[in-house]
Design a protein around this ligand. Structure first.
Ligand SMILES: *[C@@H]1O[C@H](CO)[C@@H](O)[C@H](O)[C@H]1NC(C)=O
Ligand SMILES: *[C@@H]1O[C@H](CO)[C@@H](O)[C@H](O)[C@H]1NC(C)=O
Ligand SMILES: *[C@@H]1O[C@H](CO)[C@@H](O)[C@H](O)[C@H]1NC(C)=O
Ligand SMILES: *[C@@H]1O[C@H](CO)[C@@H](O)[C@H](O)[C@H]1NC(C)=O
Ligand SMILES: *[C@@H]1O[C@H](CO)[C@@H](O)[C@H](O)[C@H]1NC(C)=O
Ligand SMILES: *[C@@H]1O[C@H](CO)[C@@H](O)[C@H](O)[C@H]1NC(C)=O
Ligand SMILES: *[C@@H]1O[C@H](CO)[C@@H](O)[C@H](O)[C@H]1NC(C)=O
Ligand SMILES: CC(=O)N[C@H]1CO[C@H](CO)[C@@H](O)[C@@H]1O
Length: 482
């Protein structure tokens, strides 16, 4: 053991103290008192950059920690990402269903949706920032979230007017209305059957319902209006308005609307002109009407031909005008109604057919009820003579073969005061008050198809609902005193 050590020392001593080998870079040696050779070897420090290694080692350790950190982060993000992707596809599915109409808007809670999306959007922004935007999955997710946000906003914008809330409100209202209707049908009498006469006659009329001013305006105070009064008419919705010229005599224009809503909005009108242009300033007025006594029956307009004793019938489909004389009838404002000029002939339709109310010199101006045979030539089939002076009433109409006549009470009220039953030949007095909007009543039409009275009131179109006696027993008129 000792020998080996000595040899080693010797060898070393020899090397450094005698001759320095050329390949040895620089050796400084010295021999101490014990004869021992001491060498100091200085190695150049650029062979291995230890400090760099150390710093690298530190960096590497840091790096490893940070990588570990990143990996953990990414793992957690990945977890989040998966759950959010799932939620996202869930949302996409729901939104898609709404778009397809499978789900209703009510099943899609917009507030909740928007909250979820907001949360996801902010998470996606965080993700993107931390991954320097280089991750394609995150990029796609971000775009998808943005897309779905846009979609939800679009969907919600459809509900700007609170359609959902309004619909819910409407459903509630409809329910209440149905309940109400159910209650009504229980407490109210059974509905009347229009067009028939199984009632005991007129007992009352409702308050007036002002529909509108006639289409020609306020100064056209004369005329008439209504619907087709034929029970089996092919066109129950058609409305006619005939405003006479301002001379309060000539009917030159008739106005039609296909339905009530159109009339209200002055929409879809059609006009028929009854005068014919001949040449230059020459017109033929013979097919025009006279007075406010016209009516529409079975698609034909019946009226007093202008300036004559004739009755006119114009077929609305063909515009053909037929003429028929009304024997002995007075005309040209001889016996018109009170306060209304030129209504010598008043046409009235009811459940039983078409009638004309007129007078003759022989009747001394009293009302004659004439039944017209519309199937043949619309000549007079039969007549009934009343004791009621025609200029003593303001207007008249027929219901189930009974004539009813009105007179003014004052400027705001009219009274149905007289009746004549053509079945019994009996006449009588009654008193049904009709409130009126304007002073003068130019025309009253009864329509059996809706049990309404159509009044032309100084240019205004007004309706009343007629109320009938429940019993099927005919109304017994009280004896008429004159
Ligand atoms: C997806 O939607 C269904 C039905 O609405 C629901 O049961 C499920 O929990 C949803 N999943 C997620 C992850 O939101
Ligand atoms: C986002 O919407 C655009 C246009 O609507 C579409 O082209 C794109 O594919 C959508 N992207 C995703 C990820 O759904
Ligand atoms: C219907 O009638 C019943 C009994 O009279 C009443 O309790 C209920 O409130 C009524 N409903 C409506 C909607 O009028
Ligand atoms: C007739 O109807 C009017 C209006 O609805 C009403 O005020 C009046 O009380 C009724 N008259 C009778 C006797 O029923
Ligand atoms: C209306 O039609 C019914 C059934 O077709 C018929 O019985 C009735 O007589 C008709 N009424 C009139 C006034 O033509
Ligand atoms: C009623 O008459 C109007 C106007 O001529 C027409 O537009 C509509 O189609 C008719 N309706 C029926 C059911 O004949
Ligand atoms: C109603 O008019 C139709 C068609 O023009 C006609 O065939 C029918 O005989 C008329 N009926 C009456 C009661 O006027
Ligand atoms: C060969 C060689 O490099 N020799 C050097 C050893 O060190 C001494 C002192 O630092 C120098 O003077 C020599 O030149």
């Amino acid at each position: 053991m000792e020998k080996i050590l000595i040899v080693l020392i010797l060898a070393l001593t020899l090397g450094c103290c005698t001759a320095a080998p050329s390949d040895v870079q620089n050796v400084t040696g010295s021999v101490d008192e014990g004869g021992q050779c001491l060498c100091t070897v200085i190695l150049p420090d650029n062979t291995f950059p230890m400090h760099r290694m150390e710093s690298l080692e530190i960096t590497s350790r840091d790096l490893s920690i940070s990588v570990q950190k990143e990996i953990t982060k990414i793992r957690s993000y990945q977890g989040n990402l998966e759950s959010y992707l799932e939620r996202l596809s869930n949302l996409t599915l729901r939104v898609g269903k709404v778009e397809l109409g499978v789900l209703s808007y009510t099943e899609l809670d917009f507030a909740l949706l928007k909250l979820e999306l907001k949360e996801m959007e902010s998470l996606a922004v965080q993700l993107r920032a931390s991954l320097s935007g280089s991750n394609t999955i995150v990029e796609t997710l971000f775009i998808e979230i943005h897309n779905i946000s846009v979609m939800v906003n679009q969907l919600e914008s459809y509900d700007k007017n609170n359609v959902l809330a309004v619909r819910r409100e409407m459903a509630t209202l409809r329910k209440r209305l149905q309940d109400c209707e159910k209650n009504q049908t229980i407490s109210n009498p059974p509905p009347v059957s229009y067009g028939t006469c199984d009632h005991g006659g007129l007992v009352n009329v409702s308050k007036p319902f002002v529909v509108q001013l006639n289409w020609r305006g306020f100064s056209y105070k004369y005329g008439g209006w209504g619907r087709d009064s034929f029970v089996n008419t092919s066109n129950k919705s058609l409305l006619w308005v005939a405003a006479l010229n301002t001379d309060a005599r000539m009917m030159q224009l008739v106005h039609f609307h296909p339905a009530y809503d159109d009339l209200l909005l002055y929409k879809n009108p059609t006009d028929k002109t009854l005068s014919r242009h001949i040449s230059g300033s020459n017109f033929d007025y013979s097919n025009c009407g006279q007075g406010s006594g016209m009516t529409l029956y079975n698609n034909s307009l019946y009226y007093n031909c202008y300036n004559s004793r004739y009755m006119c019938r114009m077929n609305l489909d063909t515009n053909e005008v037929q003429r028929q004389i009304l024997p002995d009838a007075v005309y040209n404002n001889r016996f018109s109604y009170a306060a209304v000029t030129f209504q010598d002939m008043d046409f009235a339709a009811d459940e039983e057919g078409l009638w004309v109310l007129y007078s003759t010199e022989e009747s001394a101006g009293n009302i004659i009820i004439g039944k017209l045979n519309v199937i043949t030539n619309f000549g007079i089939e039969r007549t009934w003579f009343t004791t009621q002076y025609k200029p003593g009433v303001t207007n008249a109409f027929m219901i189930c073969g009974v004539l009813y006549a009105t007179r003014p009470v004052n400027t705001r009220r009219e009274e149905i005061f007289y009746m004549y039953d053509t079945k019994t030949g009996k006449e009588g007095k009654l008193s049904i008050i009709m409130d009126k909007m304007m002073e003068t009543v130019q025309n009253i039409q009864y329509n059996p198809n809706d049990h309404k009275l159509y009044m032309y009131n100084d240019g205004y179109l007004v309706t009343y609902d007629a109320a009938f006696l429940q019993s099927s027993e005919p109304q017994l008129p009280t004896e008429h005193e004159n």
